[in-house]
Design a protein around this ligand. Structure first.
Ligand code: ATP
Ligand code: MG
Length: 328
């Protein structure tokens, strides 16, 4: 039995990329493992947010976690800011981190480029993420490919701490799916699809209407070769749609390429959209039943209580190891 931890930011509505790269695996990993899933709202505020929107997004994300198959009887679901140990261990992990290694993180570079005033939290995001994971003695972290670098840093920080102060943390491994770990933007298919992309047409949100999904896929950037084949380098748009189609239909990319020999991009895109709608519709139906129910608050209250009990033990051990407070 492995201990699993992962989180999603309430920066907007989860995208098809978040679902195919990470959230879909959250549900399947529940079988035979101890899973803890988090709404990482403290991470969300590393870039400016409208408070009302964050609040609404937190509720929607909670409902989506359940709609995507998280079973609160099996797994813990909670909000990061409701378990103060995250911020507390986050500070400790900042003290273990070096400026140089934080400045080298791709996400920091991507999200800070072109900004006049860069929030310090954007730089110290990875030590907080390390704390999230390490508090639960996590073995496996299901994430998309973009988080691999942060996971490597988490491992480095945990090893650095353990070597210096004694064995407090389990060293986690990433769990990155072989396909779907990097779903690309529909508008610029050399860039990853992101929840917070300003161009809403570049992203399929898991709560998009059927009409919007069709419209977005129809206008996805492709190429003028008019042949459907998998070539990430030269045909990033078509290759991305093939990955999405394959993951949403259960048919292999090779099978799809063979089936669409000699067919036009128009027909292909119509069928990709149909497969995406087929995957998202049942999730949206469950979401609609959950969003107004009182079940959400009960699940989140219970989740925070259970998460706190585990997290507090690790935090106390880390503080003891460092000699801070009166734990010793
Ligand atoms: P933001 O733009 O606000 O950072 P995001 O789309 O990157 O949003 P996160 O909440 O940061 O979403 O990430 C949630 C999970 O989804 C992480 O495990 C991340 O690796 C994964 N993920 C994010 N984007 C993609 C993508 N394009 N393809 C596959 N997985 C992804
Ligand atoms: Mg992200």
């Amino acid at each position: 039995m492995a201990k699993i931890f992962s989180g999603v930011q309430p920066t907007s509505i989860p995208t098809l990329g978040n679902y195919l790269g990470a959230m879909r695996n959250f549900a399947t990993l529940q079988e035979g493992n101890e899973c803890i899933y988090c709404i990482v709202d403290e991470h969300a505020i590393t870039v400016p947010q409208d408070p009302k929107e964050v609040q609404a997004n937190i509720h929607k994300l909670a409902a989506l976690y359940l709609a995507m198959g998280i079973d609160p009887k099996q797994s813990i679901l909670f909000i990061q800011s409701e378990v103060p140990c995250h911020a507390q261990l986050g500070w400790i992990m900042q003290c273990v981190s070096y400026m140089g290694e934080l400045e080298r993180m791709t996400q920091f570079k991507d999200k800070s480029t072109g900004k006049q005033a860069i929030p310090a939290g954007l730089l110290t995001y990875p030590p907080l993420m390390a704390a999230d994971i390490l508090l639960y003695q996590t073995n496996l972290v299901p994430v998309g490919a973009d988080q691999k670098q942060h996971l490597e840093l988490t491992r480095d920080l945990a090893e650095r701490f353990n070597n210096k102060y004694g064995e407090v943390f389990t060293i986690p491994e990433p769990y990155i799916p072989p396909v779907g770990a990097r779903i690309m933007s529909l508008a610029e298919p050399t860039k990853k699809m992101s929840k917070s992309d300003a161009n809403r047409k570049a992203t399929i949100f898991t709560l998009d209407s059927e009409k919007d999904i069709i419209k977005k896929i129809k206008s996805a950037t492709t190429d003028d070769e008019a042949s459907i084949r998998y070539d990430r380098e030269n045909k990033p748009g078509i290759s991305n749609l093939l990955d999405i189609f394959s993951l949403c239909s259960g048919r292999s990319v090779d099978e799809l390429v063979a089936a669409y020999q000699g067919k036009g991009y128009g027909e292909f895109k119509t069928d990709v959209a149909e497969a995406v709608v087929g995957i998202l519709k049942p999730i949206q139906e469950k979401f609609n039943n959950l969003i107004e129910s009182s079940e959400l608050d009960e699940v989140l209250d219970e989740g925070a209580e259970k998460a706190y009990a585990i997290a507090k033990r690790t935090l106390t051990n880390a503080e003891k190891a460092l000699g801070i407070g009166r734990n010793n």
